[in-house]
Design a protein around this ligand. Structure first.
Ligand SMILES: [Zn+2]
Length: 287
C-alpha cells in the first residue's frame, strides 16, 4: 500500500510494517570516532553518500502476530525536544490506533526510542500495552547513580515515562522466549541494558538490532566506533555477534538508524558485512 514512511513485509506468519518516524540532517564528521576523516569520507563516497552532511534515519517496527500487536520502540514522539515524530500518526494511517498496541518492546530508552511513549502533555500514548525491557535495562534504570552518569538529554524521556509504565513492565531475561518466537539478545555496548531482538515464525527469522548498527558504513567496518555508543568496544562485539548470526542464518535484519526502511540482509565481506537492503516499495519513502 502506498503510504509515505511505511514499508510492509513479512517474517513467516508475522505481518510486519517498518515506519519512518523521522529523519534528521547532521554533520557527517564526528559520526564515527578513531577513524581518520579522509578514510571516513572515502567510505561515505563509496556508498554514494555526501561527505559533509549525513541523514539520520529513525525507523520503528510494528508486528501483528495474529495474537497481539507489537511495537518495538516508540520513536521521538512529540513531547521531547524533537516535535516531529511521525510514528503515532503513521500507525493511525495504517489503521492502528494507540490503544490497539498490546506490547511495546523497548530496545533502550534514548529519547529517539522512548520519547513517543508519552504525549506532549505527559500522558501515556499506548494505554493498553505492556512494556518489555531487558533485565539489564531494568537494573540500570533502578540505579539512580548509574542513571545520573548519562547525559540528562539521554535520560529525560525515560525518567518521564518509566513511572507511568512501572506497573506494566515485563522484565525479560535475554535468550528466553517471552512471546512465541520472540527473544531478547543482550547488546549493551550502545547503552547499559540495550537489547536486540530475535523474532522467528514459520522457519523465517529477523534480528532487530536496535542501535547496535548505527550507520550503514559500520556494516563494512564493524571495528569503527560510532560516536553515540556508551561502550564502543562492547558495541563492536555486539555488532559482530549480531551480524555474524544474521549472515550465517540468512536472516532478515532491521536496524533503527539505517536508511529507511532499515530492512535487509547481510553477507560476509572482508572484515565486515555487505548490506543488501530489501527492495523499497514505491510510496514507502520517508516523506
Ligand atoms: Zn537510536
Amino acid at each position: 500500500m502506498a503510504q509515505a514512511g511505511r514499508f510492509d513485509f513479512a517474517v513467516g506468519e508475522l505481518r510486519c510494517i517498518a515506519f519512518a518516524d523521522a529523519t534528521a540532517t547532521v554533520a557527517a564528521e564526528g559520526i564515527v570516532v578513531d577513524v581518520p576523516l579522509e578514510q571516513w569520507q572515502r567510505a561515505l563516497r563509496e556508498h554514494g553518500l555526501p561527505t559533509t552532511e549525513a541523514t539520520n534515519y529513525y525507523n520503528c517496527l510494528y508486528i501483528e502476530t495474529g495474537e497481539c500487536n507489537v511495537l518495538v520502540d516508540a520513536g521521538w514522539g512529540r513531547g521531547t525536544e524533537r516535535r516531529d515524530g511521525m510514528l503515532a500518526e503513521r500507525l493511525l494511517a495504517a489503521g492502528v490506533a494507540p490503544a490497539d498496541i498490546d506490547i511495546v518492546i523497548m530496545t533502550h530508552f534514548d529519547p529517539d526510542h522512548a520519547g513517543g511513549l508519552l504525549t506532549a502533555e505527559g500522558d501515556l500514548v499506548f494505554t493498553s500495552a505492556d512494556y518489555v525491557l531487558s533485565r539489564e535495562a531494568w537494573e540500570f534504570w533502578s540505579d539512580g547513580a548509574r542513571v545520573a552518569s548519562l547525559p540528562e538529554m539521554r535520560t529525560a524521556a525515560a525518567r518521564r515515562a518509566l513511572p507511568l509504565i512501572a506497573n506494566r513492565l515485563e522484565v525479560v531475561e535475554a535468550g528466553l522466549e517471552f512471546l512465541p518466537g520472540f527473544a531478547l539478545i543482550a547488546a549493551p555496548g550502545h547503552r547499559p541494558g540495550h537489547t536486540a531482538l530475535a523474532m522467528e515464525s514459520a522457519g523465517e527469522r529477523l534480528y532487530h538490532v536496535g542501535d547496535a548498527v548505527g550507520h550503514v558504513v559500520l556494516l563494512e567496518h564493524p571495528a569503527w566506533h560510532w560516536s553515540f555508543d556508551s561502550d564502543p568496544a562492547q558495541a563492536e562485539r555486539d555488532r559482530r555477534a549480531l551480524l555474524g548470526r544474521a549472515a550465517a542464518e540468512q536472516a532478515l535484519l532491521f536496524a533503527s538508524h539505517l536508511p529507511f526502511p532499515g530492512v535487509g540482509r547481510v553477507t560476509p565481506q572482508g572484515d565486515g558485512w555487505r548490506w543488501q537492503p530489501v527492495h523499497r516499495a514505491p510510496g514507502s519513502l520517508p516523506e
